[in-house]
Design a protein around this ligand. Sequence first.
Ligand code: SF4
Ligand code: SF4
Length: 316
Amino acid sequence: MLEKVNYAEIVHRCFRCGYCKFPSDYSEINCPSYAKYRFETYFSGGRMWLIRAWMNNEIEWSEHLGEIMYSCSTCRNCVERCVFKFNEQVVDVFIAARSDMVERGQVPKKVGEFFSNLAKFGNPWGYAAKRLEWVGRDYTKNEFLLHAGCVAAYDDRAKKSLKALLKLLDVAGVDYGVFSDEICEGNEAVIMGEFGLFEQLMEQNRKRFEEKGVKKVLTPDPHAFNAFRNYYGLDVVHHTQFLWNLVNNGELKVGRVEGKLTYHDPCFLGRWNGVYEEPRKLLSRIGSFYENAKKPQRFLLLRGRERKFLHRLPWW
Ligand code: SF4
Ligand code: SF4
């Protein structure tokens, strides 16, 4: 759960060898923050070195140091690639250091705004509530609560895929409802080290889930999937898993589409939760699927190609 790793025990063990910038075949840069900034400070090794210096009072906190700390997207490529025993804790180190900065009130301005919007409005951008009113299907003891997540609720492109999902659920006769005034589940509050804010969001969500009798959650949002599964301890299913089950059981009939299909693993579905198979099975059923990487987890959805979706994260 939300246990803060003791990073003083770990940071000095990093050799800054740089293996963790790459995928398993070293064919390209696979650390998104390093790929963007191209400076050693922005990959795990450099960031650990800075944390160590900050921790030992060799450098003072500055807006720039804060931005470097928050440049890590927590994609976990470095966790997979680091060859040392502490590898599982590399990202936890960054989260813990951010958390200590939050506790001291030392966060970049944009990060502060992000937190304040989440606290006041339940989304990172300060948009209006009633974000799912247009669905017109309020949760009333349905089998599933459909939790859209902040991006699908507000981003026009993501909204299109949410609408397509709702159509498929309707065709398959799935019993679901939404909270028209849904709020963020808080996954980003965790990875940005604002554990207090996360607890607040979790309490608000849990209270409503209990009052309304929510037992199962269905979500297209990998970040929400991660938080519901690992921090809330809820029975949650990602829509790719759900659709694959429907198709595989014959409850949803699908045709074939022309052309080749491929898939980029969202970090919070793949690396954080090990869900790789169902999206591929689903795509293989509906078209000619090809794998664009030797190992699925090698690839990064968040490498900036879909940067628009990173607007959940303030430093991108
Ligand atoms: S985190 Fe691991 S792989 Fe990355 S620089 Fe440090 S020791 Fe090397
Ligand atoms: S978690 Fe991802 S973005 Fe962060 S340092 Fe590791 S590889 Fe880079």
